[in-house]
Every structure is written in structure tokens, then in C-alpha cells.
Design a protein. Structure first.
Length: 128
């Protein structure tokens, strides 16, 4: 049996409207169209990870970040995604405040946005 460190990880994201979700992931996020699976999932590859969108009538109930994409330059990544119509969240809570959509959290910068299905997604950049 292969160890888990050698396997591909698949993040499962529930979606109410698969066509709407696919448009967002392909057009707004720029992911290459993946493959439909016989069980109804639609899968994208991102490096050594897969994102599987699966139809679920009630959508998501998660109130946490489902996926975080590591980027080299968070400012550039935000600008690129905003140009494609992605709307970033801003927060002003004790211990969590964004400036121009970015929050510094210890050794990383992060910025959050939602897909049209309500899944919370994130960009993060490691700080040297």
C-alpha cells in the first residue's frame, strides 16, 4: 500500500448548480476543464491536488475555508482574479483585519472569496 504522502489529494466541494460552478472555476479562476465522472462529479487537477465539484441540492454548509491556493504574489493574484470578476471579502474582527483584501496571519498573507455556490476559497502567500 502506498503511503498517504505519495497520493493525490482530492478536495470535495458540494455545489447546487454544477454548470454555474464550472463556469466560475474555468472562467473566473482559469482552471483547465477537467473530466466528468460517472458518479456526477466534475474534477479539476491543480498540481498534485484535485478539486471535485459534486452536485448536492442543499449546497455547502461549511463556514470555513474549503480550499486555499498558494500563490507567489498575492497582490498580483488578487488583481488577476478581480479582473475576471472574483469578489474578495474584507474583514475587520479582533485578530483578523484585511487591508486591500489581504490579512497577515503570522508567516503568511491570505485573502478570501466565495465561489457562486458558497464555498469559501482562499489565496495565500508565504512570507519569508
Amino acid at each position: 500500500m502506498a503511503t498517504l504522502t505519495q497520493t493525490t489529494v482530492t478536495c470535495m466541494l458540494p455545489v447546487k448548480d454544477l454548470a454555474r460552478a464550472r463556469r466560475f472555476y474555468e472562467q473566473a479562476l482559469g482552471l483547465e476543464a477537467g473530466a466528468a465522472r460517472p458518479d456526477g462529479k466534475f474534477v479539476y487537477r491543480c498540481g498534485g491536488t484535485e478539486i471535485a465539484l459534486f452536485p448536492k441540492a442543499e449546497g455547502t454548509k461549511a463556514e470555513h475555508t474549503a480550499i486555499s491556493f498558494k500563490v507567489a504574489d498575492i497582490g498580483s493574484a488578487i488583481a488577476e482574479l478581480k479582473d475576471r470578476g472574483v469578489r474578495f471579502a474584507d474583514y475587520d474582527y479582533p485578530g483578523l483585519k484585511t487591508v486591500e483584501h489581504v490579512c497577515v496571519l503570522g508567516s503568511e498573507k491570505a485573502a478570501w472569496f466565495e465561489d457562486p455556490e458558497g464555498n469559501i476559497l482562499c489565496l495565500h502567500e508565504d512570507i519569508a
